[in-house]
Design a protein around this ligand. Structure first.
Ligand SMILES: CC(C)(COP(=O)(O)OP(=O)(O)OC[C@H]1O[C@@H](n2cnc3c(N)ncnc32)[C@H](O)[C@@H]1OP(=O)(O)O)[C@@H](O)C(=O)NCCC(=O)NCCS
Length: 159
């Protein structure tokens, strides 16, 4: 898509637009929101599943990095619950919900150095993301003793 300079655009900006228009076509697509997802979970529910199924539940749902992150924290259950909510919110944002070929561990929530959560997809979840034209996912998480919530925005050029 060619970005035309409106008449009012300062002549100083014209070289910038010219450079943008000379890039390969993917650079000319502005990313847009393709999907959003939200989820809320009771921390008690996660605590009960951990109590009932222990290691089996944890290793089926969470990646090694997620387990390491949560177990290093005082209120581990809240962090597990936050990740559960984030994984469900990702599924809503990519538009499929749970389906064959997507596993819990295909969706990984990591935290950057400042503590902000990030989403990494692999396997079946990554395939769905690619097919939908999603290029970036943004996630935010909050939790207290009772509940954990997560909200996800999927961004891309769409298909
Ligand atoms: C972000 C912050 C305001 C959250 O405050 P809060 O009300 O106590 O906690 P909430 O339950 O609402 O949110 C916790 C979630 O915030 C997210 N978060 C933490 N730091 C964040 C940041 N810098 N940017 C965006 N999100 C952040 C995390 O996902 C966290 O949950 P998780 O640890 O399970 O992944 C607070 O933790 C903060 O100021 N953090 C940044 C600096 C800091 O203290 N870092 C500690 C590591 S050095």
């Amino acid at each position: 898509m060619e970005v035309a300079a409106p008449a009012a655009v300062d002549s100083a900006l014209r070289p910038t637009l010219k450079t943008l228009n000379s890039q390969p076509s993917t650079f000319n697509h502005f990313m847009s929101i393709i999907g959003v997802g939200i989820d809320i979970v009771e921390c008690l529910r996660i605590a009960q599943m951990i109590e009932r199924h222990g290691e089996l539940f944890i290793t089926r749902v969470y990646t090694d990095a997620e387990i390491e992150y949560c177990t290093a924290r005082k209120a581990a259950t809240q962090h597990y619950a936050g990740r559960w909510a984030a994984k469900e919110a990702v599924l809503k944002a990519i538009g499929t919900g749970w389906r064959r070929g997507i596993g819990w561990r295909d969706i990984e929530i990591c935290n950057n150095r400042a503590g902000a959560p990030t989403v990494k997809l692999r396997g079946g979840a990554k395939d769905v993301m690619d097919r939908a034209g999603i290029q970036r996912m943004h996630v935010t998480i909050s939790h207290c003793r009772s509940y954990a919530v997560a909200y996800v925005v999927a961004e891309g050029v769409g298909k």
